[in-house]
Design a binder for this molecule. Structure first.
Ligand code: PAF
Length: 276
């Protein structure tokens, strides 16, 4: 697998593929790759002739400097994992390539980007939307694939890609979980053994809320019960647990619903979601 670090080089490789009529899938990541990321690359290989993974720990989407500093950086083993599954190209720019000193643009998605994660982590989705806009325009793939674990992120990306007429299909891929239900995340390695054993409760509680709401329970009551259960299970604080419209992330309507939660175990913030 080839590794490129500049936009010019990325475009040169993709231009040559395009000249041979080849299609391109883009899989943006921040590295510390796990089976969840690799499933996105495999889906990319099903969709397109060529796959490009990106690795950039985007400082603009971290609202806590300590979280940015603690974010795992494992490029060598990431590249090995991508090579083993026949990813064609890794684009791993440095911060100066993505954000030169003159950089002055911000992509901000109102409404959907201000709810839930947007409220809990001010500026987070501006950072995501800004970097993903750049990656989409740098590579101009046929399809870009994102994990459903970050459900709200996926909806934000679909929104700005449509609003800005970015000619790339945005596709979500199912969350990959450990056998006990914990959604895979690069942050899971920071859980202490005691907290790791508590962590599957998050998914279990989401499932109970979804079952209750589907059976006709009042979403507010189901969520209150879930909040109590999470608190009793050691989650503190609980940033949110909510039943929302799956697309707009507003109050649940007649369309598909999503149950979403974010809560802390020690120093680690976990998020998860399932259909409601
Ligand atoms: O989901 C992530 O890993 C990041 O938010 C993304 C989409 C790569 C943008 O930095």
């Amino acid at each position: 697998m080839k590794i490129v670090r500049t936009v010019a080089h990325l475009r040169e490789v993709i231009r040559a593929w395009r000249a041979s009529g080849e299609t391109v899938a883009l899989i943006p990541t921040m590295g510390a790759l796990h089976e969840g990321h690799l499933s996105l690359v495999r889906l990319g290989r099903e969709r397109c002739r060529r796959t490009v993974a990106t690795l950039f720990v985007n400082p603009k989407q971290f609202n806590q400097p300590s979280d940015l500093a603690a974010y795992p950086r494992t490029e060598e083993s990431d590249a090995e994992k991508l090579t083993a599954i026949d990813c064609d190209l890794l684009f791993a720019p440095d911060a100066a390539e993505m954000y030169p000193p003159s950089f002055a643009t911000n992509v901000s998605v109102r409404g959907i980007g201000e709810e839930l994660e947007g409220a809990a982590r001010p500026g987070h989705f501006d950072g995501v939307a800004t970097v993903v806009s750049k990656l989409l325009l740098q590579a101009l793939p046929d399809v870009a694939i994102f994990g459903e674990k970050d459900w709200q992120q996926l909806q934000v990306i679909k929104r700005f890609a449509a609003d800005l007429n970015i000619p790339v299909a945005i596709e979500g891929a199912p969350t990959v979980r450990d056998a006990d239900g914990l959604a895979l995340s690069s942050r899971n390695v920071r859980l202490t053994p005691a907290d790791r054993s508590k962590a599957p409760l998050l998914h279990a509680v989401l499932q109970r809320v979804a079952v209750a709401v589907r059976a006709g329970a009042d979403p507010a009551e189901a969520v209150n019960g879930a909040r109590r259960e999470l608190a009793a299970g050691g989650f503190e604080p609980i940033d949110y647990i909510e039943v929302r419209d799956g697309e707009t992330l507003g109050p649940p309507g007649p369309g598909p619903r999503r149950v979403l939660a974010a809560a802390w175990l020690g120093q680690v913030r976990l998020i998860d979601n399932i259909p409601g």
